[in-house]
Design a protein around this ligand. Structure first.
Ligand code: PLP
Length: 441
């Protein structure tokens, strides 16, 4: 470890709440924080992403030369689906053009539409909300759990009404939401679960893959994801009928897969191309090893961050048997940093070249949500009273606090080396040591 041992971190953590060494093993990197004119601690860029070599080039070239570029005449998509379903431990996998497409297809297959309510996690990417709005259903947020940054599953039951037709919990940042509680409520209230697993490829709950518990599990293979092909997505499910409906919907309702579904439902065009699938299959061969690497680095960083006063890495529920760390989330408490606002802390981290960002805005307060609910379509479907009630139901005090406090260390960081983890911890300690000055800078 560069200048800092874990034991030292403990000492640092208890040294007047400043992360300062009281002699002994911890030697903070000398010098001032970069924001105050010091040399950035993080000299090298973080792990480069995506990782590829001539295998991806060869896979792509083969598709080009075959002339079989779409799933109708090639077999790359199908092959990927078979492998991914096997990996997920589900009967089916349907590849889609994106994670958003996977979520929307799931909702369509479940028959979600105008008048319906869909529960969702509020601390997530906009797509989780957008797909509900795309179906002209009402998004009902369930507040977050401050300790894990996941949906607070204990609050789901109270959010269900006679109009609730589905719920979308999100497994955020490689971690897993409380699937015991989610599935218990879902079964008791007969509400299908669409697991938004877009950030949690290979994550596990009690030894089974996240995404395989609900009616469907939806994945994203967008460029930043642990498994990616630039853009792409997939749905996994054990439900034969739902699979057929998803297939039909994602191919303009054509029932290409099963003649019983011809002309049964309308749909859209969310197909994965043969190019995407070829790259994805190659990337998939790297996934397990990369994931183990991520886990080791992220666990190491977590162990160090935990010891810094005012830094609270997101906890895992006991049922989460594998967190694949699509980034690392921690809460920042400015009281331990001389009252320095999070924005300033992020600026100071940025100056040290630590790849960190401030995460998501409060989705329930986004202007576009208000605009959607005020749109002609929504106003026609829902009474003013119902929309006003929705606004009241969608107050999320815990999530508001979460959004204010969260710092997100970027996913690519964790495919880099162990020394980078130490540099991140050191950078935070250095900022903390000079917090008063940095805050005033
Ligand atoms: C939680 C979550 N849901 C949904 C999506 C949408 O996936 P895509 O970007 O592939 O459409 C993402 C992607 O960033 C995500 O992180």
């Amino acid at each position: 470890m560069s200048n800092l041992t874990r034991r030292g971190m403990l000492a640092a953590g208890s040294a007047a709440g400043l992360g300062l060494a009281r002699g002994g093993a911890v030697k903070l990197a000398p010098g001032k924080p970069a924001l105050l004119g010091g040399t950035p601690l993080f000299a090298r860029p973080s792990g480069s992403w995506p990782i590829f070599d001539e295998k991806e080039e060869k896979a792509l070239a083969e598709v080009v030369r075959s002339g079989h570029w779409f799933r109708g005449n090639g077999d790359n998509v199908k092959r990927f689906e078979e492998t991914y379903a096997q990996l997920a431990g589900t009967k089916h996998c349907l590849a889609t053009s994106s994670g958003t497409a996977a979520l929307q297809t799931s909702l369509a297959a479940l028959g979600v539409g105008p008048g319906d309510e869909v529960l969702l996690a509020p601390y997530t990417f906009v797509a989780t909300l957008n797909v509900i709005l795309n179906m002209y259903a009402l998004p009902v947020f369930v507040d977050s759990d401050i300790e894990t940054a996941q949906i607070d599953a204990r609050k789901i039951d109270a959010a269900i009404t006679k109009n609730t037709v589905a719920m979308i919990p999100v497994h955020l940042a490689g971690n897993v939401a409380d699937l015991d509680e989610i599935m218990k409520v879902a079964k008791a209230r007969k509400i299908p679960v669409v697991e938004d697993t877009c950030q949690s490829h290979l994550s596990e709950w009690r030894g089974k893959k996240a995404g395989s518990y609900g009616a469907t599990g939806c994945f994203s293979f967008q460029a930043s994801k642990n498994l990616n092909c630039g853009e792409g997505g997939a749905i996994i499910t054990n439900d034969d009928d739902l699979y057929e409906k998803c297939f039909a919907y994602h191919w303009n309702g054509t029932g290409q897969h099963n003649k019983n579904y011809v002309d049964v439902m309308h749909g859209t065009k969310f197909l994965m191309t043969e190019f995407q699938a070829a790259v994805l299959s190659t990337q998939l061969e790297r996934l397990e090893k990369q994931t183990q690497h991520r886990e080791q680095n992220a666990r190491y960083l977590t162990s160090m961050l935990k010891e810094i006063p005012g830094i609270h890495p997101a906890a895992m529920y006991p049922g989460c048997t594998r967190n694949v760390y699509h980034g690392l989330i921690f809460r920042y408490n400015k009281e331990h940093f001389a009252g320095m606002p999070k924005e300033k802390f992020l600026k100071a981290l940025g100056a040290e070249h630590v790849p960190a960002g401030d995460g998501y805005d409060a989705l329930n307060k986004r202007r576009y949500l208000k605009n959607a609910l005020n749109s002609r379509g929504y106003q026609r479907i829902y009474s003013k009273q119902r929309l006003a009630q929705l606004e009241e139901r969608n107050q999320l005090p815990v999530n508001d606090r979460l959004c204010q406090e969260v710092v997100w260390v970027s996913p690519a960081t964790f495919v880099s080396d162990r020394a980078h983890m130490e540099q991140i911890a050191e950078a935070i300690l250095r900022i903390q040591k000079h917090a008063g000055e940095v805050a005033r800078a």
